[in-house]
Design a protein around this ligand. Sequence first.
Ligand SMILES: [Fe+2]
Ligand SMILES: [Fe+2]
Length: 167
Amino acid sequence: MSTTQENLMTAFAGESQANRKYLAFAKKAEAEGKPGLAKLFRAAAEGETVHALNYLLIGGKIGSSLENVQGAIQGETYEINEMYPGFVEQANTENNAGAAMKMGSALKVEQVHQQLFKAAEVALATEGDIELKEYFVCGVCGYPAEGEAPEKCPICGAPREKFTRLV
Ligand SMILES: [Fe+2]
Ligand SMILES: [Fe+2]
């Protein structure tokens, strides 16, 4: 990999993180009754997304939709089989119950992602796309419900009101 290729991937990672941090900071500013600062954080976050997506594209990391789905399956599988089990175990060893709980529920959500992507891989090959559906995402654990929000999140138990409909 050339140094510039490495730099693109490093910058992609940094800008991606800055995007999520700024969105979290915007929420915090809103909670503190600072809508002006919240909006600045959201504007900066949007710019970081532009940067991140530019680097991903120039870095040649966006493939065909089939390749992208296959890459997603690989990523989810790594998180399920290697990353999260080790991280959860380590968190338990360190008596960090919060981290163990959040990463444990994330692992279960990644299993759902993995299955959805595997089904998508099959559908892409046969139908060219998957059925267009409504998705509702749990605001506590990230579980994606298809069609409608459940009464209770099957992974974390959060009530229906915690789900956000994807637009
Ligand atoms: Fe995932
Ligand atoms: Fe949940």
